[in-house]
Write a protein that binds this ligand. Structure first.
Ligand code: SAM
Length: 303
């Protein structure tokens, strides 16, 4: 496969490189902002699950945090530095990470918390959806500690079977909850974004990081009665923006002539790094196929 084939298949991947974004996800946040004006009046923002950093790039450019450190980015993985973005390498489900974020804001609340987090996909849909829900709730838990009243929370959500339970939990804390699908997010994916505006926790609510929001002992009085909450579904990015499910020719209509662009930020410590180093030294173990083995071993393997 040639190095331009992904550019052909995925126009947002290609545009991300050409525009200096570290990942195609940048367009999702930009299209969400087009619809919801997320950055209006925002001076402090938290980017949860931020690596490789395209949402942090968007945040630092849009809210004028360049150099003044008003964006805090958190991820399990190391992330190459970005101007104006304070980075924490940590797990958003851990109390210690939440404390670190709070420390960075020196007591001042954030206007916006975003989370594009995704657990490693197992391929078992129920497990993946459950893990995604847990990650979103961990993000919401942190948001309840740092968000100002009236603040906004945006998080990736999988529109799976139990999504209405998550909407119900979000509605406990926000006056408005919507489900949004940017045009740069593929139709074939169950991914969407919960856009929660107007942070307004229940009276007497005390944020408690030791208590996961999914904990059944948590008293969600607001869920008494009909608990099924149907939230509006909004698509963002009008028909003039590219369709992420289509392939486009390399010379885009109305665009300049195509020239291959390398990725903006190659992974700094990818999980496959060790394998690459071993391969370079010729020490990567090769797969043993039955036909490569002496007859007696092959017989054993095929049993
Ligand atoms: N928004 C990012 C961007 O624009 O570059 C892309 C985020 S990527 C889709 C998902 C990230 O979630 C991964 O970098 C992964 O390390 C992170 N992640 C998953 N689980 C996490 C956790 N428990 N704590 C922190 N980060 C986590």
């Amino acid at each position: 496969m040639g190095r331009t084939s992904k550019d052909k298949r995925d126009v947002y991947y290609r545009l991300a490189k050409e525009n200096g974004w570290r990942a195609r996800s940048a367009f999702k946040l930009l299209q969400l902002d087009e619809e919801f004006h997320l950055f209006q009046g925002v001076t402090r923002a938290v980017d949860l699950c931020a690596a490789p950093g395209s949402w942090s790039q968007v945040l630092s450019q849009k809210i004028g945090g360049q150099g003044s450190g008003h964006v805090v980015a958190v991820d399990l993985q190391a992330m190459a530095p970005l101007p104006g973005v304070l980075q924490i390498q940590g797990d958003i489900t851990q109390l210690s990470t939440a404390k670190e974020i709070i420390q960075h804001f020196e007591g001042r609340p954030a206007d916006l918390v975003v989370c594009d987090g995704a657990p490693d996909v197992t391929g078992l849909h129920d497990v993946d959806e459950y893990m995604q829900a847990q990650l979103l709730l961990a993000a919401l838990n942190i948001a309840t500690h740092v968000l100002k009243p009236g603040g906004c929370f945006v998080a990736k959500i999988f529109r799976g079977r139990d999504v209405t339970l998550i909407y119900s939990q979000l509605r406990v804390f926000f006056s408005s909850v919507l489900c949004a699908k940017p045009r740069s997010s593929r139709n074939s994916s169950i991914e969407a974004f919960a856009v929660c505006q107007g942070y307004d926790p229940p009276e007497g609510f005390l944020p408690d990081l030791t208590k996961p929001l999914l904990d059944h002992s948590y008293d969600f009085n607001q869920l008494d009665g009909p608990t099924r909450i149907i939230v509006p579904f909004v698509t963002c990015g009008d028909l003039s923006s590219y369709d992420s499910d289509r392939s486009y020719p390399l010379d885009l209509e109305g665009g300049s002539e195509y020239k291959y662009t390398p990725p903006t930020q190659p992974p700094i410590s990818p999980p496959y790094q060790e394998a690459c180093t071993l391969k370079k030294k010729g020490r990567l173990a090769k797969e043993i196929r039955p036909q490569d083995c002496p007859i007696s071993t092959a017989d054993t393997l095929s049993q």
